[in-house]
Design a protein around this ligand. Structure first.
Ligand code: ATP
Ligand code: MG
Length: 392
């Protein structure tokens, strides 16, 4: 029965001349999200509203599910739209709408008309009153409540007439693309996909980098990261995933540095390489899934050591979250099941029995000097052999 959706978005931050940027980005993201759906849609803006009109048959649940992944949408209203064929026909359609959507009519309601097309013969107040009366007459179980109605029946008079009363919650946030771009360090774990999701929710486009270490990490481990990127891309749009071969760098560190500092030094090289790619691709920050104290490499002291090699800001949206809270978000966004697949990641192979939890930055820097001879060359090769996978 529904033939369109009215898209509601939060008004915060979109005043003045930023408004059209916000709306255009939202329209782009809606188009991307609906490409995967059955049916054809026309997305258009009119007077501060975005409508998604269905041009063909479509799958209601699938369409709503995809719209619920578009950041910037605060609510999705399924709409019945019709041509203007006079007030009587409108009444008829409204009564049918109520009957279809609310089989149980024991509820309070209020009519809220909006006459955006001023040549419609009745003004909004008159429509509210006359439509209210028609509803009360047809369905005596219903009662008017102008303050807290259980059903707020919206009637918008435009070129066409739109009727809607339901709001399905959207994901909130800002449309991806309105907030610049950042480079996500994406591993196969639970945390980093959630971190990417959270920054993207603020309107930031995401690129990603994955460090793999063949043959210590398998192709399946890499495929898992590609799969995770694909799941995140349902929210963010296409992701450019850089796969960096990290094996030689890891082995070189392993051979030349104290084993208890291996993880920290490795993480510093990941950050350096990620930042180099980030700068080449116009990213304005890095994103990691770190959370204070979760593991030895995420103590405050360890974070000092990994942070100091970067100039760009490093966004750590999970920094204050417990594991359980992160798990809940990963379940909600659909990455959890993939994240817990048992393939090794490159950090687990080389971990020391007793990694430092309070690394001293001066000591770390000193030990990194052991790498002087070959490390620049190895980093250069790693960057040159960057494998770019466009995930969508
Ligand atoms: P995750 O669940 O995201 O894997 P984690 O709890 O395993 O995190 P670490 O292994 O210490 O934590 O990694 C911390 C962060 O460093 C990750 O959240 C991720 O952003 C980044 N990272 C770790 N390993 C890799 C990798 N192989 N490729 C890219 N980024 C990585
Ligand atoms: Mg990990």
């Amino acid at each position: 029965m529904f033939t369109a959706f009215l898209i509601k978005y939060a008004e915060i931050g979109i005043k003045g001349k930023n408004r059209y940027l916000f709306e255009d980005a939202l329209v782009q993201q809606i188009k991307y999200a609906l490409k995967k759906c059955e049916g054809e849609f026309k997305i258009h803006k009119t007077q501060g509203r975005i409508f998604v009109d269905a041009l063909t048959e479509f799958d209601f649940d699938e369409t709503v599910e995809n719209l619920q992944k578009v950041f910037g949408i605060s609510g999705i209203c399924p709409v019945v739209s019709m041509e203007d064929e006079g007030f009587e026909k409108l009444c008829e359609n409204v009564l049918k709408y109520i009957d279809d959507v609310y089989p149980d009519k024991n509820m309070t309601f209020k009519v809220h008309a909006r006459r955006a097309r001023k040549n419609f013969p009745k003004d909004s107040m008159t429509i509210n009153m006359e439509m209210g009366e028609a509803i009360l007459k047809a369905y005596p179980e219903m009662h008017v409540d102008v303050h807290k109605p259980e059903m707020l029946l919206n009637i918008e008079i435009r070129e066409k007439i739109y009727i809607y009363s339901m709001i399905i919650p959207g994901p909130g946030g800002m449309p991806v693309g309105t907030g610049g771009k950042a480079m996500l360090l994406l591993s196969g774990g639970i945390d980093s996909p959630v971190a990417g999701y959270m920054i993207a929710k603020r309107g930031v486009k995401i690129d990603a980098v994955y460090f793999h270490a063949p043959p210590y990490t398998s192709d399946r481990a890499k495929q898992k990261v590609v799969d995770l990127a694909r799941l995140v891309s349902k929210y963010t749009g296409p992701i450019y995933l850089h796969v960096i071969n990290f094996t030689d760098i890891q082995l070189y560190i392993y051979e030349n540095c104290p084993h208890e500092e291996l993880t920290i030094i490795m993480r510093r090289y990941m950050m350096r390489i990620a930042e180099t790619i980030a700068k080449q691709t116009d990213c304005l920050g890095l994103i990691t899934g770190e959370s204070i104290g979760q593991v030895a490499s995420q103590t405050m002291a360890s974070l000092v050591a990994t942070n100091e090699v970067c100039e760009l800001p490093v966004y750590r949206p999970l920094i204050g979250f417990d594991k359980q809270e992160i798990v809940e978000i990963s379940e909600k966004i659909g990455t959890f099941e993939t994240s817990i697949l048992p393939y090794e990641d490159c950090c687990t192979i080389f971990v020391a029995k007793h990694p430092v939890t309070k690394p001293n930055v001066k000591v770390i820097r000193k030990h990194e000097q052991n790498l002087e001879e070959k490390i620049d060359e190895l980093v250069k090769t790693a960057l040159e052999t960057d494998e770019l996978i466009v995930v969508s």
